[in-house]
Design a protein around this ligand. Structure first.
Ligand SMILES: NC(=O)c1ccc[n+]([C@@H]2O[C@H](COP(=O)([O-])OP(=O)(O)OC[C@H]3O[C@@H](n4cnc5c(N)ncnc54)[C@H](O)[C@@H]3O)[C@@H](O)[C@H]2O)c1
Ligand SMILES: [Zn+2]
Length: 692
């Protein structure tokens, strides 16, 4: 039975008040915004159904929370309100329809802006000078945080142009994503408390008693509204934003104008697509009726203007419960922990799994079975566990956690081999190599992928079945398969998965796909050494290293015989990679696989080692120094070598070209001294593009 409305309302009000306090006063929310928004909507709906239970002190009627007594109070001459919000397109259409009806304008124009996820503040300028800044507080009374705001570089201390006598500017202080990530990486390393999200980072940093702490956290600011002023105002909000820009205040370049529901929704979609690429967090867009006379006609309700609407994006963080903690074993044996959780709608889709990355991350988060967690999914990024909601950890009768801390398994769950974590490595690995079926499947998928052996049609499901039913143990076995093997394998896979097609039930055998697959496997026999090397899946041997190795050795036998020292002579191969390559070829079963491939007809042209390439840079020595933005130095080196250059580590009179990236130091200085030819990254890219 559902509770009585009065009880439910009371409970929701308590929960929301508590959440408000933690969010607005302590800057330490316990629940994700999505959950807060749902609770608030439920309360609003119940209150609308039961007007007799209305209360002016209800969280539905109020903005933010009382200012903290840590700071002096500031009374806002013009209150700082909240915004009505919408999630669905229909709510936007209703909003526009209401405005059209009440203003008589059937195509009302709006200022459309990003909804920055930070903290609202009010800046007061007198005769162009910044004199005071305050937080929103409860909308009527805010906190004086003037010294802290002075440390925010985006906030001008002196306005430009012709400022009025009094000007209050409202806007959002926010923490750029990069600054947030940098801070959290630092905090994790130094055992300090990490910030829950950039919004709380901004609020927590700004509301510090010691402005020196604020100064260390790179905050920024965008202006989006006016408070008290004696200036003669333009007729529209868009014009006001342009004027604020002229006065030297930062206004988001995403701000625009749009007309009618269609225009608003188009803006919502456009900004939504850009959301993840923006350097700051936004949680939606804001529509504001553009003409001030129309705004006045629409007026206000208790906590928000009726002429504005916040159209929210799907929440990127949600709360859910850990059902179990599992591990995945990847192609190289990497053991990656992840949680199976009660599925939850986040970032616009339902997700049931989230990654825990590695053992360090588990230790840091202390995630346990049964825990309530916050998961985050931004864009196409794999959902991840952000933190545990500790208050909700299940306890036993004695008040102790019901479940112990989680530890990674010491044995591979797939093959039973030892799981080890190499000295200095973050990742733990199964040592089962090609014996581990998990690695076998991944090895097969990688081997047959387009840039490796390019066997079309051999998707994950077939690889799975081939391994599961024992048709192949290593990649060499692929070349022994027949059409009949494939047909039988598919029949078994269909039976196992309950996906037997009607045609097959009717006794028909479709064999064309199997013939095509065999033809694909057949064609892949004729390959190149670099493809083969890449396809073998040696750790850290990507396409570019495979290519360099192939060129440097010309043939497989000398490469297999090379020791670590010889391998380090190869451009682009450092000691770690050299050790991995040597180790791979020293392993007996890997040699057997290669022999098996050869025996089954896989072949490639071999030739003399190509150590100096003929190309536009032949005979030139090139030195790379400093950091490049678009590629690693190794990669740049490999590409230059492919054009004939000899890449060297030191600058001398004989050096042909010095390529100087970001923060290039003594080598650049020496090159300048010697009067050598010096390229920057742009020039390099241009050259590679013309000759690549
Ligand atoms: N997780 C929690 O426990 C918890 C608790 C309380 C509130 N919240 C979250 O806080 C929000 C509610 O707080 P709210 O009352 O500040 O409402 P709001 O954040 O939804 O909307 C109002 C605010 O939007 C901001 N804003 C950003 N860009 C703007 C623009 N271009 N023009 C105007 N305003 C702009 C301003 O700071 C303004 O105060 C919700 O998102 C809610 O989920 C979460
Ligand atoms: Zn294993």
């Amino acid at each position: 039975m559902s509770p009585k409305p009065a009880d439910r309302i009371a409970k929701l009000r308590r929960q929301l008040e508590d959440a408000n306090y933690r969010y607005h006063v302590l800057d330490d929310p316990s629940i994700p915004d999505g959950e807060y928004d749902r609770l608030l909507r439920e309360l609003e709906a119940l209150e609308a159904e039961h007007p007799e239970l209305a209360d002016p002190n209800s969280p539905s009627q109020r903005v933010g929370d009382k200012p903290s007594s840590k700071f002096a109070e500031v009374k806002h001459a013009v209150p700082m309100l909240s915004l009505a919000n919408a999630f669905a397109d229909e709510e936007v259409a209703d909003f526009v329809a209401r405005i059209s009806r009440e203003t008589g304008d059937d195509a009302p124009e709006f200022s459309v802006e990003p909804k920055l996820d930070g903290l609202a503040i009010s800046l007061r300028y007198e005769d162009g000078k910044f004199v005071r800044g305050a937080t929103r507080g409860d909308g009527v009374t805010g906190e004086d945080v003037t010294p802290n705001l002075r440390t925010v570089r985006a906030i001008p201390l002196q306005l430009r142009g012709k400022p009025p006598k009094v000007l209050e500017v409202r806007g959002e202080v926010y923490m750029p994503k990069a600054a947030f990530e940098k801070y959290n990486a630092w905090a994790a390393e130094h055992g300090a408390k990490t910030l829950a999200n950039p919004r709380n980072g901004a609020a927590g940093s700004l509301r510090q008693l010691d402005p020196r702490i604020t100064a260390q956290r790179p905050l920024s600011f965008y202006a989006y509204a006016l408070g008290e002023t004696d200036a003669k105002l333009p007729k529209t909000h868009t014009e006001t934003l342009a004027w604020l820009r002229e006065l030297g205040l930062p206004v988001s370049s995403l701000a625009d104008a749009a007309t009618g529901t269609e225009g608003l929704l188009a803006y919502y979609r456009r900004v939504g697509e850009e959301r993840n690429a923006l350097p700051f967090d936004i949680d939606g867009v804001v529509y504001k009726l553009n003409r001030y006379d129309q705004q006045r006609a629409m007026g206000f309700v208790s906590r928000a203007p009726r002429w504005a609407l916040a159209h929210k994006f799907p929440a990127q963080e949600e709360a859910t419960v850990v059902e179990s903690i599992e591990v995945n074993v990847g192609r190289t044996g990497a053991v990656t922990p992840w949680v199976q959780m009660t599925p939850v709608h986040v970032g616009g889709v339902m997700v049931g799994r989230a990654t825990l990355h590695n053992a360090d991350q588990i230790a840091r988060l202390d995630v346990r079975v049964g825990d309530s967690i916050i998961v985050r999914r931004a864009g196409d990024v794999i959902p991840e566990v952000v933190r545990v909601i500790e208050e909700r950890r299940p306890l036993d009768k004695k008040g102790k956690p019901l479940h112990p801390p989680y530890a990674l398994p010491t044995e591979c769950p797939i093959c039973g081999s030892d799981v080890v974590r190499e000295e200095g490595e973050v990742v733990a690995r199964c040592t089962g190599g090609l014996f581990c079926p998990a690695q076998r499947k991944e090895a097969l998928i990688h081997f047959s992928s387009r840039r490796a052996m390019d066997i079309g049609g051999l998707g994950e499901r077939f690889v799975d079945a081939l391994v599961e039913f024992g048709y192949v143990e290593t990649v060499a076995d692929l070349y022994k398969l027949t059409v009949d093997d494939f047909l039988e394998m598919k029949r078994r896979a269909d039976e196992r998965d309950g996906t037997v097609p009607e045609t097959v039930k009717a006794g028909k055998v479709a064999s064309k796909w199997a013939e095509n697959l065999i033809a694909g496997i057949d064609a892949s026999r004729n390959t190149t050494l670099e493809r083969l090397l890449y396809a073998l899946g040696i750790r850290d041997v990507g396409e570019s290293t495979a290519k360099t190795l192939a060129r440097h050795f010309g043939a497989l036998a000398p490469l297999m015989a090379a020791d670590e020292a010889t391998l380090t002579e190869v451009p682009d191969v450092g000691p770690v990679v050299a050790a991995r390559i040597a180790h791979f070829f020293a392993e007996q079963h890997n040699r057997e696989v290669i022999a098996g491939l050869r025996k089954n007809g896989v072949h490639w042209p071999e030739g003399a080692p190509q150590r100096a390439v003929d190309g536009p840079l032949s005979g030139k020595t090139v030195v790379l120094t400093g950091g490049l933005e678009s590629m690693s130095r190794d990669e740049a080196g490999a590409r230059l070598e492919a054009l004939g250059a000899k890449v060297s580590g030191s600058v001398s009179k004989k050096t042909g070209i010095v390529i100087a990236g970001e923060a290039a130091g003594s080598k650049l200085a020496k090159a300048q001294e010697l009067g050598l030819e010096i390229w920057d990254e742009a020039k390099l890219l241009d050259f590679l593009a013309k000759n690549g």
